[in-house]
Design a protein around this ligand. Structure first.
Ligand SMILES: Nc1ncnc2c1ncn2[C@@H]1O[C@H](COP(=O)(O)OP(=O)(O)OP(=O)(O)O)[C@@H](O)[C@H]1O
Length: 283
């Protein structure tokens, strides 16, 4: 049984100019211990799909699906209170902007311990011990001292490590990483990716890596879903995707990689533009 199993997910936003469909019939599954990459250009509905799974979309969004099961539970039937017990515990998410994701008014220690208090019911001594353990696991030096730091006293890379510590605090079965390295220096990006992949392997989590970067896909994923304009264009294991992409859009993404340049100018996706084919179909 898949850890996360979604069939025909549709997300529509009510906007001043009418209804806008950001996700259009996406189906996907992630197994335990599997790394799934969701790749596609900006605006292709990658984040919105996963925010729908987490139940974190604003009220202007309407989410429908034929199926949305996580760890044997039907997410569509859960009350908000039941959903809150799962989100941040059994499934958690880290975002692109670590500085913006952490609360600037509280120390990182408080923010880690708050998750442990809410989901695990630990007392103060247990929380502190676990928070130090978590900061150590994510590679923060002098973890006991760091618990007293505020986010602005840490670098972007350190803040992302703290976000990862919060996300793994309750030993989640599924971690969703939404462009986790985009806002970081190139030198730090690799360290954060390596950290995520090593934690995924160590704790046997399912990991969904949202990215627009094919290099990240190649380095981390077992399986890949390519999204375009809210639709799934292709799904394949990572080797097949790079060796024999089936959709035009995937070919366009791959040919836009610098290492695939043949002339003076890199091809762009719009050079190979086409209307998206139905979900799962080869274009
Ligand atoms: N609250 C909202 N109201 C209206 N439209 C929204 C809202 N949130 C997202 N959208 C739209 O939904 C579409 C999909 O957005 P989404 O953030 O999922 O894209 P993405 O593929 O994750 O891109 P990026 O890599 O830039 O985050 C975009 O056109 C976006 O403008």
């Amino acid at each position: 049984m898949a850890l996360l199993d979604i069939q025909n997910l549709v997300v529509e936003f009510q906007t001043v100019s009418g209804s806008f469909r950001a996700v259009d019939g996406v189906s996907l599954h992630v197994d335990e211990r599997e790394v799934l990459a969701i790749v596609g250009e900006s605006g292709s509905g990658k984040s919105v799909s996963m925010l729908a799974v987490m139940g974190l979309l604003p009220w202007t969004a309407t989410v429908t699906a034929d199926r949305m099961n996580f760890n044997g539970r039907d997410l569509l039937k859960l009350s908000s209170a039941e959903r809150r017990k799962i989100v941040g515990k059994d499934m958690s998410m880290i975002f692109q902007e670590p500085m913006a994701s952490l609360n600037p008014c509280f120390t990182v220690g408080f923010q880690i311990e708050e998750v442990l208090r809410f989901h695990m019911g630990m007392d103060s001594a247990q929380r502190r011990e676990r928070a130090i353990e978590l900061l150590t696991q994510v590679g923060i030096a002098e973890p006991a001292e760091r618990l007293n730091s505020f986010p602005h006293q840490m670098s972007g890379g350190q803040c992302q490590r703290v976000m990862i510590a919060i996300a793994i605090a309750c030993n989640p079965k599924l971690l969703i990483a939404d462009e986790p390295t985009t806002a970081l220096d190139v030198t730090i990006q690799k360290q954060i990716l390596d950290l995520l992949v090593s934690l995924q392997a160590k704790y046997g989590m399912g990991l969904i890596m949202i990215t627009h970067n094919m290099g990240v896909v190649a380095e981390t994923a077992d399986r890949v879903i390519v999204q375009y304009k809210g639709r799934k264009m292709e799904e394949a294991d990572v080797l097949s995707l790079f060796e024999s992409p089936k959709s035009n859009y995937t070919r366009a993404l791959l040919s836009a990689l610098p290492e695939n340049a043949v002339g003076d100018r890199l091809p762009t996706v719009s050079d190979m533009m086409f209307e998206p084919a139905p979900s799962g179909a080869a274009a």
